[in-house]
Write a protein that binds this ligand. Structure first.
Ligand code: ADP
Length: 319
């Protein structure tokens, strides 16, 4: 393999830049030319491709977002769109590609591999919802952001004896809610993977109040219920001074944590190794601190599962 490409796609995540840097540096270390595809699959279809040098990925390891830009591209979901992409790659003489992104981006990478163009997926999403890896790039940084917010909200919640509902990201996966809720000492964590019971939430709030708790923090993943609606219901049912904070896109930004930078560096470098070994159609991940890889199509067939032991633990610790 003499020329490879790299793109970032779907929702951006802190640490994507560190992954791009690792791909570029590792490839050049092995005398392979690297081309950046700008703007995800939309950029690929349009041939928005430029060679990347060692220097072009300098000074980005600490930056959030993605310097290769990202996009959502409906056309790439069609065979015609995918073949246009393959044509652009052939024209540029690129023989393999590293795709950094989430589940949707993996589907694109799998489609390209099925068209005979080898791709390796690198899990980049704050949601931590990709199979074949314990952690995705960006999750740790998003947690850090949420924890900072919870800690600040806790200060004001305690001062005013308020109940706070904090809505965090997670349409289908409750990982951000669960981990941040556990780390932030939330009384209640509401995730898409488990039905929630308003009576139980109220009874917990009541018990806490009776034993003198000065504040209550409820974390809800956006995919389950709107924080604003939930706050209204709690206020009506409990008559507690209830406020709502919807954290929104701030969770996607910021400088990646050391964990995300190291993870991104290891995963990006391994993806290049796989292409060198002639192993396309793989997705890299981390399991028990070992870098592993799986068949990308197999991963797409699996459903992400939440760590229910952690959810149980959070309930035990927030009595
Ligand atoms: P993420 O990668 O973060 O999950 P999306 O689901 O938006 O984000 O996917 C990113 C892009 O991947 C889409 O805009 C589309 O171009 C491509 N993609 C998604 N699903 C498919 C699919 N089934 N086949 C081919 N490409 C896809």
């Amino acid at each position: 393999m003499k020329k490879i490409g790299v793109l970032t796609s779907g929702g951006d995540a802190p640490g994507m830049n560190a992954a791009v840097r690792a791909v570029v540096r590792k490839a050049i270390y092995h005398n392979i030319e690297v081309f950046g595809i700008y703007g995800g699959y939309a950029g690929l279809i349009n041939g928005n491709i430029e060679e990347l040098s060692l220097g072009s990925v300098g000074d980005i390891i600490h930056r959030g977002g993605t310097t290769l830009f990202s996009a959502r591209c409906e056309e790439f979901k069609t065979k015609e769109g995918q073949l246009k992409g393959v044509e652009q790659l052939m024209k540029a003489g690129i023989e393999g590609m590293v795709v950094i992104g989430g589940d949707g981006s993996y589907r694109g990478a799998n489609a390209l591999t099925e068209h005979g163009f080898p791709c390796v997926g690198v899990p980049g999403t704050i949601d931590n919802d990709i199979c074949g890896t314990q952690f995705t790039i960006g999750f740790d940084t998003a947690l850090k952001t949420v924890i900072e917010a919870i800690d600040k909200i806790r200060d004001t919640a305690t001062s005013h004896e308020r109940t706070f509902v904090i809505e965090v990201m997670g349409r289908d996966a409750g990982d951000i809610a669960l981990w941040s809720g556990l780390a932030g000492g939330a009384e209640t964590i509401i995730v898409p993977e488990e039905n929630y019971d308003m009576n139980e939430i109220c009874s917990r709030l009541r018990k806490g109040h009776e034993r003198g708790r000065k504040h209550s923090i409820i974390i809800v993943a956006e995919g389950v219920a709107s924080g604003i609606e939930l706050g209204k219901q709690i206020k009506e049912l409990m008559n507690f001074d209830t406020r709502v904070s919807v954290l929104g896109h701030m969770q996607r930004g910021g400088s990646p944590t050391a964990f995300d930078r190291v993870l991104a560096s290891r995963l990006g470098a391994r993806a290049v190794e796989l292409l060198i070994e002639g192993k396309g159609g793989r997705a890299v991940g981390i399991e028990n601190n070992q870098i592993i890889d799986h068949d990308i199509a197999a991963i797409l067939g699996e459903a992400h599962t939440l760590n229910m032991n952690l959810l149980r633990l959070s309930k035990e610790l927030s009595i």
